[in-house]
Design a protein around this ligand. Sequence first.
Ligand code: FEO
Ligand code: CA
Ligand code: CA
Ligand code: CA
Length: 600
Amino acid sequence: ANGLPKRPGRLPFAPVAVTRADIVTVPEGFQAKAFIPWGTPICGSYPAYREDGTNSAQDQAEQTGMHHDGMHYFPIDAQGGRGHNSEHGLLVVNHEYIDAPLLHPNGTTVDANGNRTVPEEVRKEINAHGVSVVEIRRTPHGDWEVVANSKFGRRITAATPMEIQGPARGHPLLSTLYSPNGTATRGTQNNCSNGFTPWGTYLTCEENWAGYFATRDSDLPRELKRYGLGTKGRFGWETLEGDEFQRFDATRKAETASGDYRNEPKHFGWIVEIDPFDPQSVPVKRTALGRFAHEGVIFAPTQPGKPLVCYSGDDSRNEYIYKYISRDKFHPGHPANSHLLDEGTLYVARFNADGTGDWLPLDIHDPLFQAACTAKGISFADQGDVLINARTAADTIGATKMDRPEWGAVHPETGDIYFTLTNNTNRTEPDAANPRASNAYGHIIRWKEENQDYSAIRFGWNIFLLGGPEDDSHGPDGAALTADNVHASPDGLWFDPEGRLWIQTDMSGSQLSAGPFGNNQMLVADPESGAVKRFLVGPVGCEVTGITATPDFRTLFVNIQHPGEGSTPSNLLSTWPDGPGKRPRSATLVITREGWRKVL
Ligand code: FEO
Ligand code: CA
Ligand code: CA
Ligand code: CA
């Protein structure tokens, strides 16, 4: 269908079977080793991991965080700059969230009301979130190691100072006690998937940040209401006194929103740019890309003299897929390409029933957007207001509500854009692009921009794969999935350099505990032949997420997140990777093929 010649033998391995074993399974001829698990020292005084949970909050700020998610490998050249080296680089890893009890010797400490009582515990939890920059090197023995005394090693946490850029910088809605002029903030969190720019910086995406903030107000402004804040934070950080914790309590306490912490949650839901090669650099929240539950961000291939284009999904039930087109043109090697992420237009997708689609502008100066606002009686003060309220703007212009958009990937040869839609049990009305009511299993959609021009505002789409059991699914060839590839809840998505699509799953609850799917898994699809094979099954209770490779594709990095999710120190549901009696730890898998060949 995509016009590419069929190349046989593109998936040269026997698919692994579904299993619920507490191990990582890969096909014969391949190896998967755990690397940089939670607690690995990577900077500062390189404090050793203590398996009884007694590492301090400061130790945690110098070790890898918990719950590895999106990541990227940046090769280093001999001079320590951006290069092409496949055996020495910076692995930059998101730490999405935490299994809090495992961070402490005897679980979390709370009082009779469930409030937190130990500031040091909460500081450690804050430091277990964020991003790690890890300098790594392949040893002569063929293993990968963390480079000691690295000048690049760095932890970014949910408390690290950051800058706000783009159209919402300095907006009155972003005025806080910490930054009255709304230009600075602290921390990034719920960093799920990621992206990387054509100029070699890392992008980390803030997904389920709303759960960390509490508000007991009933009359919430749309910037809070539309994003689902609860009355209690996920880990109760806001129940401790002091600015460093109270900033998570967005309840009205003062005369104005800038006099308390009501505006603090508006500093989250952004994409954050980090320069991993400059350890002194201040991370920047890029507001032109909109504020929502960003799963990840994926760039279209760049063309010199053309605008920069990237895509991002809002992973909540019935939310949207967005596209950003820069105002200015991309010029390779330009020292200030980052500004392309500050000036541009954010669009949102409408998938029409006839297989066409439209990118609808969320731009206060665009007549189409203005007409939609007038028709619906909704107004925005300025473009900063539109971006802070991106969900409301997308509602207004009539975008298509999707089944939880997760990762995207661009086919390196056809240019088609693929997106996972992980599931949506809240869907009552199926539509063409989300064809199942109560979609428990998820699917993968793909589209081609009109005239294969990434700045086009029209596209054509179809459904690539429908996840699910053998009697309720189909693969790329239209046939039902089989024992070799049955899966549900696709989430992570990545194209290797030769156009094979790697699919990672994030099943939970009953899909994990019983039924045909086993533990979470990673599959490989060949869009040309329609073949899909299961390549990896993870340990008990984990999610398989995050994927990047060295330029020579001899090393593939994949993350195992939250093995034994829900464990406490006295009830270990998995003991991967350290073995019996040891707390489970999220970790990166180093995947290689026998004979130091390309992985595929
Ligand atoms: Fe954090 Fe949408 O997965
Ligand atoms: Ca995740
Ligand atoms: Ca995800
Ligand atoms: Ca997910």
